[in-house]
Design a protein around this ligand. Structure first.
Ligand SMILES: *Cc1c(COP(=O)(O)O)cnc(C)c1O
Length: 419
């Protein structure tokens, strides 16, 4: 079943008319499909069945408690990149033993908290970070399990802002430094080396970069083992792309799993994958309402009540998202620039998009908004953070309220002198 589709001419999430939710919640809002998320997780788990694999959901893609809980109930672990995300994963029911802590620079406070929770392992990104983890572990009388994030110097062929596996990117440890870093780790107190890690980027649409990077990491793992290091875990990161439009087709998850098997399957390691976007990206939409239409010269503008602060991907990554009217319409098509009300030209969701003519008050749906949507939202222009709704079959429920203006403004407090 397609989680989002027209029925009798109206856009539905599962069996719930989007219009019904808009009446209850107001616009704009994010809407997710439980069925879609669970189906994705199940398909991935099924593809990896023959391997000793753990799916650690990359919480940064969408960290709503209700969504993490759906995945936790299915046995997922979590990949977190901050103390806040670690707290979210734990509160949503993911056991610490299934949580890995990634990220370029963990602070002492974050390391302390993660050690106190006894998380599965840290993915370490620099020698200084390794030393910080060792010192903290000694102070707390703990042992930190660590894997090192390798920078394999591989071009993921994706947007430059989400490309992370090239040597000029800030991520990971250069292949040339790997041997020396692992040797240091052997000697440091409070550290137990458990594996190798990498993550080469996001929205990767061909398997070639994965295959190249995973092969490189497999060779490294073997060499490290030969040198006496305890390599029992291979963490392959996330990055598998999804279809945002009809023209581009992402690799199938079965083919992705075949690459995993082929490249690292022989090492008899615990294999960790960290998908974010792939699990939730197409399981969510952003729904807004047309406020006004206008034409400036040759350009027709559709001005909607969602904006770049609610959904940053088009302005941040030049991302293409399918945008449709809530009502299937036989009106003649027009070319629209679909924009928000924020005072920046960057507040544009799409340019020269063909849509049946729309009128103020009509609902509009931005598809593929489940990942890196709500989590990147801000209250720029003092626009309240967008609420989130989860649909399950015939039912829907609010999983994050729209804050009221008083509570937004009350975050500021009157100035008083502090000495
Ligand atoms: C962002 C990130 C992921 C998830 O990436 P997706 O493209 O959403 O799958 C996984 N691991 C790490 C370390 C990340 O930074």
């Amino acid at each position: 079943m397609d989680a989002f589709a027209y029925r009798d001419g109206r856009y539905h999430a599962e069996n719930v008319a989007i219009r019904r939710i808009a009446d209850a919640v107001g616009t704009p809002f994010y809407c997710y499909s439980r069925t879609a998320i669970e189906a994705r997780y199940d398909a991935l788990a099924e593809s990896l069945k023959g391997l000793d694999a753990l799916v650690c959901y990359a919480v940064k893609a969408n960290s709503n408690q209700a969504l993490i809980r759906l995945l936790a109930d299915r046995g997922a672990g979590a990949d977190v990149v901050s103390e806040g995300e670690l707290r979210r994963a734990l509160l949503a029911g993911i056991p610490a033993s299934k949580i890995v802590f990634s990220g370029v620079a963990k602070t002492l406070r974050e390391i302390e908290f993660a050690l106190a929770q006894d998380i599965r392992h840290f993915n370490v990104e620099s020698e200084q970070e390794l030393h910080a983890i060792s010192a903290t572990a000694v102070r707390l009388d703990k042992t930190a399990r660590v894997a090192f994030r390798i920078n394999p110097d591989i071009d993921a062929g994706t947007h430059e802002k989400i490309s992370t596996g090239k040597s000029e990117n800030k991520f990971g440890i250069a292949v040339t430094r790997v041997e020396s870093v692992y040797r240091q780790a052997l000697e440091l107190p409070g550290i137990e080396v458990c594996g190798v890690d990498l993550h080469i980027g996001s929205q990767i649409m061909t398997l070639g970069p994965f295959e190249a990077a995973y092969s490189r990491v497999a060779e490294l793992a073997q060499a490290l083992r030969d040198a006496g290091h305890g390599i029992s875990t291979i963490d392959l990161g996330g990055g598998l792309g999804i279809d945002y439009d009809e023209e581009h087709t992402a690799p199938s998850v079965a083919d992705y799993a075949a690459v995993v098997e082929k490249t690292v399957g022989h090492l008899s390691c615990k294999i960790i994958v960290e998908p974010g976007r792939w699990l939730v990206g197409n399981a969510g939409v952003l729904v807004g309402r047309v406020i006004y239409t206008k034409s400036n010269g040759s350009t027709n503008f559709l001005i909607i009540d969602a904006a770049m602060n609610d959904f940053l991907r088009p302005s941040m990554y030049d991302a293409h998202h399918t945008i449709v009217g809530e009502q299937s319409s036989a009106a003649p098509e027009k070319l629209y620039d679909i924009v928000g009300p924020v005072c920046e030209t960057g507040d544009t969701f799409a340019r020269k998009r063909k849509l049946p003519a729309m009128e103020p008050g009509e609902l509009i749906v931005i598809e593929g908004a489940g990942a890196y949507g709500s989590v990147m939202a801000s209250s720029y222009n003092t626009r309240p953070l967008v609420p989130e709704v989860l649909v399950d079959g015939d039912e829907f429920g609010i999983i994050r309220e729209r804050p009221d203006y008083d509570s937004i403004i009350a975050l500021d407090i009157p100035w008083t002198a502090t000495r």
